[in-house]
Design a binder for this molecule. Structure first.
Ligand code: FAD
Length: 426
């Protein structure tokens, strides 16, 4: 049986950046076990591709991920340039449709400053100033973040896998963990391995894995599919900046569909947030068995409370409508880009699935959740802007493992980023 010091479950952007840092800073035998045939086949490729600046993140409630996003922007920029990975400095305007939403933008300006965004990178604009920049956008006002960019997180993860392998990480593909007992991981392909320490970064499956360690019993999770539509290229120049709107349902971690300029030159609208049965139900409603199992799980867990929350139900019915009907999705964006028409959108974009964690009291957990046991670390609720924040957030986790005596950090083997500098700025 193969033996490792550290086994990382999940080869998404988080597991891969973690493996990079551990292999660059220690002599531990590290492996990443991934159930698919390559890294980043799920959320880490199926996302909006925006490199977010954290102006819209509450500096208290989302402190860690806000800091990680701020610090990671330049790390990804350097890395993308070094490897010729697409990067577009698109900028984002988040718009208010009325006075009350404008107050949210004023709050975002303060949050942005508290989260460390430079004054020049974030400006409030009135409706005329927005019109000057984007004549086809109709709004009350906007906040313009010049630093936001678009990239391809799938390509970045695949490139980072190579750097991690050069440092000695073993990537074991087609290895789906089905059970973990006494440091032994068993896989659906009949193989098994032994590891001193396990890091669980299994994305939408991480809660189930944490539960196998006897942790996180009080939490449940829901899966929401985000769908996109691509605009025909001859209409793509209607607007040249990413356009987001202030979310109508502030208690829930979803944004209304936005207008996105992708790094490959295409333009899309989306994503919505449609409840589905599993973290990989990318079309339809998923298999009947999984749907029944998920309904049973919801009814016996804290997520059940959301079924009695009228605001949540109203949000979900709106999201469903925009899944069933392309026209409904287009109409949501038409409120701020009146010139678009449903016939401009013929090709669906690539859907992705978010898995927020629900607390005992039936609320969406705001921050990423880190749970530890003697021989394991679990990262749950690692949602947007998780792709942006991955390099700095995983550096922070590795530093934490060192402070807890799990890792003994030495001199950095390869120098694509500077670990000490990242932690000094954190
Ligand atoms: C629709 C959408 C839009 C988003 N937009 C943005 C954005 O614009 N900017 C941004 O910064 N972030 C965005 N995000 C968030 C970002 O994509 C995620 O935070 C990030 O990709 C999470 O990475 P991860 O490695 O934790 O998860 P994943 O990429 O899901 O990786 C987890 C991996 O674990 C593997 N796995 C699971 N179970 C097992 C098992 N039992 N055995 C072995 N392997 C297993 C899976 O196959 C998967 O590869 C978006 C997310 C979605 C869904």
């Amino acid at each position: 049986m193969q033996k490792f010091d550290i086994a990382i479950i999940g080869g998404g952007i988080l597991g891969t950046t973690l493996s990079y840092w551990i292999s660059a800073l220690t002599d531990k035998r590290v492996c990443v076990v991934e159930k698919e045939s390559q890294v980043a086949l799920h959320a880490s490729s199926r996302n909006t591709g925006v490199v977010h600046s954290p102006f819209y993140l509450d500096p208290q409630k989302k402190k860690k991920i806000a800091k990680a996003a701020l610090l990671s922007h330049d790390l990804w920029y350097d890395y993308a340039k070094q490897h010729n990975i697409p990067w577009k400095d698109t900028g984002t305007i988040e718009i208010a449709l009325d006075e009350s939403q404008h107050h949210t933008l004023e709050k975002y300006l303060k949050w942005g400053q508290q989260n460390g965004i430079a004054e020049n990178d974030l400006k409030l604009l009135n409706s005329n100033q927005v019109k000057q920049k984007e004549p086809n956008v109709k709004c009350h006002s906007g906040i313009y973040c010049t630093k936001d960019a678009s990239t391809d997180y799938g390509l970045l993860t695949r490139q980072l896998q190579q750097d991690s392998e050069q440092n000695g990480t073993a990537f074991l593909f087609n290895h789906k963990v089905i059970s973990i007992k006494n440091n032994q991981l068993k896989f659906s392909n009949g193989k098994s391995l032994e590891s001193e320490f396990v890091i669980n970064s299994a994305g939408g499956h991480s809660l189930n894995i944490a539960k196998q360690f006897g942790l996180a019993q009080e939490y449940s999770s829901l899966h929401f599919r985000g769908e996109y539509w691509q605009i025909q290229q001859n209409h793509a120049n209607l607007v040249n900046t990413n356009i987001y709107t202030v979310a109508k349902f502030t208690k829930f971690p979803f944004l209304d569909p936005h207008w996105i300029k992708r790094s490959d030159g295409t333009t899309e609208i989306g994503p919505n947030a449609v409840p589905v049965s599993s973290p990989e139900a990318y079309s339809g409603i998923g298999s009947a068995t999984k749907t029944i199992a998920k309904i049973g799980e919801v009814l016996s867990s804290s997520s059940k409370k959301l079924l009695f929350n009228s605001e949540f139900l109203s949000l979900i019915s709106k999201e469903w409508k925009s899944s069933i009907s392309k026209g409904a999705m287009v109409n949501r964006v038409k409120q701020f880009i009146p010139k678009i028409k449903p016939e401009y959108f013929r090709i669906p974009g690539t859907a992705g699935i978010r898995t927020p964690i629900i607390t005992k009291s039936g609320e969406f957990l705001a921050e990423t959740l880190e749970l530890k046991s003697d021989n394991s670390l679990h990262i749950l609720n690692y949602n947007s802007p998780g792709a942006t924040g991955a390099p700095a957030y995983s550096a922070y986790l590795v530093q934490n493992l060192s402070e807890n005596g799990i890792l003994n950090l030495g001199k950095e083997k390869s120098g694509i980023w500077n670990f000490a500098k990242i932690l000094d700025s954190a």
